[in-house]
Design a protein around this ligand. Structure first.
Ligand code: HEC
Ligand code: HEC
Length: 305
């Protein structure tokens, strides 16, 4: 009986090995590509690309650009990042895409305006950047010409960006704080590289460079003149009194611990980006926010009524 059994076992194992090899050959390449697109979809949500690259309410044209972005320097219009070859970014190589995303330089060599937050995206890993590209490449092509920016001189002079970059752009990968746990390091990567909280929550100087000494400490006059609160763990002026759970549930629902509803651009950040993240990643963000230096910075709503 032992012999009979072991023969069956050999046949079964052999059969299984053949089917693994066979289906493996058939399925693994496409499964990997699908996985990359799925991962890219998640990372694209984390990066908040949709909000800036889609006209609100225009449900048919996600990522086709044309959204007006008001800044103190004028109105910028986001470009089409669907895979259309003429009006979008179809046909861009991996290197062209990573160079745009992580260094703010276009395929033709011109510098982008930092309203495209490449200043944060520089910290995205190449692997994550390419997954984002794989996802964008998988979307339907939309034919829609880019619109010129309505920005007055000298802020409209693209070449001046070379000087701006020297002063305010630090190119390079994300570096976790010394001694950070795995969770805090993951949270820091999400905050600084992908979800770019600091692009709104850190105040800027008159040239639009972020003031690192007030990292995440808020500003009464953010993009579009908005009030942006202090999210450092300072008890009096930041969110020191929010529990980790309060922060996570705010990022999911927009509801603050005092039952106030979120407003303004943060509402969009939650709708299109943060609410799509896993509990694990949201918890990592909360862990990270709890770990940073508390900064006392009173930020008042400009038009408090
Ligand atoms: C805060 C708004 C904002 C966010 C968020 C944003 N973008 Fe953009 N993006 C822009 C603007 C504005 C430009 C055009 C900049 C210029 O003209 O110099 C741009 C340019 C680009 C370009 C260059 C396109 C071209 O035709 O040259 C690419 C590629 C791009 N964005 C991809 C992304 C991806 C991927 C994400 C998410 C990870 C993203 N963007 C998030 C505003 C944004
Ligand atoms: C596009 C700009 C923008 C980005 C990006 C952004 N925020 Fe905000 N955030 C705001 C604004 C504006 C408010 C004020 C909303 C309000 O008045 O209800 C806000 C409010 C908040 C609050 C509520 C604080 C309080 O005291 O009421 C928290 C917490 C917060 N943001 C966390 C984050 C985190 C974490 C990130 C990154 C994962 C982030 N935000 C990214 C603009 C932004």
């Amino acid at each position: 009986m032992g012999a009979e059994n072991s023969k069956q076992t050999v046949v079964r194992v052999f059969g299984a090995a053949i089917s693994v090899a066979f289906f493996g050959m058939l399925h693994i390449p496409s499964a990997t590509a699908d996985d990359m697109v799925a991962r890219g979809e998640y990372l694209t949500a984390a990066g908040g690309c949709y909000g800036c690259h889609t006209i609100p309410g225009d449900g048919n044209k996600p990522y086709a650009g044309g959204r007006a972005l008001k800044t103190p320097f004028g109105v910028f219009y986001s470009p089409n990042i669907t895979p259309d070859g003429e009006t979008g970014i179809g046909g861009w190589t991996d290197t062209q895409f990573l160079t745009a995303l992580k260094t703010g330089i276009s395929p033709s060599g011109h510098p982008y305006f930092p309203v495209f937050p490449y200043t944060s995206y520089t910290k995205i890993t190449d692997e994550d950047g390419l997954a984002i590209k794989a996802y964008l490449d998988s979307l339907p092509k939309v034919v829609q010409e880019d619109k010129g920016h309505e920005v007055s001189a000298p802020f409209s002079w693209r070449w001046l960006q070379w000087g701006w970059r020297l002063l305010f752009f630090n190119e390079g990968p994300y570096v976790a704080p010394e001694g950070a746990s795995t969770e805090v390091a993951r949270g820091g990567y999400l905050v600084d590289a992908l979800t770019h909280c600091g692009e709104c929550h850190t105040p800027r100087n008159m040239f639009g460079g972020v003031d690192a000494s007030l990292y995440l400490a808020g500003t009464p006059n953010g993009g579009e003149g908005e009030f942006v609160p202090n999210i450092t763990p300072d008890n009096a002026t930041g969110i020191g009194e929010w529990s980790k759970g309060d922060i996570v549930s705010f990022m999911k629902t927009g509801l603050k611990p005092d039952y106030d509803d979120v407003q303004g651009s943060m509402e969009e950040v939650i709708e299109h980006s943060l609410s799509k993240l896993t509990e694990e990643d949201l918890t990592a963000i909360a862990d990270y926010l709890k770990s940073i230096k508390p900064i006392k910075n009173v930020v008042k709503r400009a038009s408090a009524s």
